[in-house]
Design a protein around this ligand. Structure first.
Ligand SMILES: NC(=O)CC[C@H](N)C(=O)O
Length: 386
């Protein structure tokens, strides 16, 4: 008896070093090229695919069951998927959740995003860890016709994220107000229903749950495009300035963001709070430097130590660049550190309500341990206005 014929692969992932991974395509057809990373979160694939910070990256999911709860409009972190593509172990099964509106494959197809299933994601993850996030081309063709040499050449032609300002591609076109709150509360917290503090949030690719967390901590949030100047911000008479997460190389976005942040620091005593790319740009504005990491941090179980309290928080992470903790100038203190690799996860300006963190206190997906940072920002604005 002969073995059953294996189905012809309909998708192919080619790395710049020439490694080829064949699998089955789902979502959109066509081809994409990007940096390849891996994310270890066990939940939240829709939030991950729609996190604007993933622009320019294809995400490998190390958790094998992706797609099993389908998709729904509420879980988008922005209007459309921003990650360039996805790589999974098992092909998605029929969605099984009362929240499902659209199966993952249809949701991706409607949004022009390619995915590949049936991949040995353990082997691929090891390759990513060994090589550092590789450049990769991903193709999906239902007829299974692939020009492997051309795909590898495409992967090699990708310029890489270093030097790329991608915030300009994902920021909002217009200023807008945000007042939607979180839907659920971390243990020990309640929503602050009165919007007491006027916050300008600069949008480098903000996740919606960050804006919900700010609103829930008593902030009246106005979101401004990434290129907002000091004058644009001050026209809103804010009580505090928030710098959002976002994709790409912080040094590239810093070219226009740093002068604005320096003006805010030099000319005002406003509380400033930054998350992820916002953290990196605050650090650059203070005179520190950022570096490209080997394969970055992408997951929902990263331990971070808060030096002030001695507590370890389990955090959500998504970054491929990091602030060089050795480069912090005098008067700027390291407040948080990654217990995985000792990399910098937080800074604070001595004696001022100006701080930022590398991890994601809004989670989505991930644990809620760091939610206190939003309350701290709100308290800093209350103290300044007292
Ligand atoms: N989530 C983020 O804001 C990511 C910041 C930056 N693009 C990085 O990769 O490090």
């Amino acid at each position: 008896m002969s073995a059953p014929a294996r189905p012809r692969p309909t998708a192919c992932l080619a790395l710049a070093d020439g490694s080829i991974f064949y699998g089955m395509g789902f979502g959109a057809t066509g081809q994409t090229v990007a940096e390849l990373c891996f994310n270890t979160a066990m939940t939240g694939y829709q939030e991950i695919m729609t996190d604007p910070s993933y622009a320019g990256q294809i995400v490998t999911f190390t958790f094998p069951h992706i797609g099993n709860v389908g998709t729904n409009p509420e879980d988008d972190e922005t209007g459309d998927p921003v990650a360039a593509g996805m790589v999974v172990k098992w092909m998605p099964t029929t969605p099984s959740s009362w929240r499902n509106i659209q199966p993952l494959s249809d949701w991706l197809a409607a949004r022009g995003r390619i995915a590949i299933g049936g991949i040995d994601t353990r082997r691929l993850t090891r390759a990513i860890r060994q090589q550092g996030a590789p450049h990769a081309a991903l193709a999906h063709d239902p007829d299974g016709n692939f020009d492997i040499e051309a795909l590898v050449a495409t992967a090699r032609s990708f310029a890489g994220l270093e030097g790329m300002d991608l915030a300009k591609d994902v920021t909002c076109a217009q200023t807008y107000r945000w007042n939607e709150m979180r839907w659920a509360w971390p243990d020990g917290y309640a929503p602050q229903t009165e919007a007491k503090h006027k916050v300008v949030a600069v949008d480098y690719g903000a996740k919606r749950n960050i804006l919900r967390c700010l609103a829930s901590a008593g902030c009246d949030v106005t979101v401004l495009p990434a290129t907002a100047t000091y004058d644009d911000i001050m026209a809103h008479k804010p009580d505090g300035v928030f710098l959002s997460n976002g994709p790409g190389d912080p040094a590239a976005t810093g070219a226009y963001a740093v002068p604005m942040i320096r003006d805010v620091l030099d000319k005002t005593d406003l509380p400033v709070f930054g998350i992820c790319l916002g953290h990196q740009m605050l650090a650059l504005a203070l005179g520190a430097t950022t570096v490209k990491m080997s394969h970055g941090h992408h997951g929902a179980n990263h331990p971070v130590k808060d030096y002030d309290t001695g507590k370890v928080e389990i955090t959500s992470m998504n970054h491929g660049f990091a602030v060089d903790g050795q480069s912090l100038p005098e008067g700027v203190r390291e407040t948080h550190v990654s217990l995985f690799d000792g990399s910098n996860c937080g800074i604070r300006v001595d004696g001022r309500p100006v701080w930022s963190v590398q991890h994601h206190p809004e989670a989505s997906p991930g644990p809620q341990d760091s939610y206190y940072l939003f309350e701290r920002f709100s308290e800093a604005m209350a103290a300044r206005n007292a």
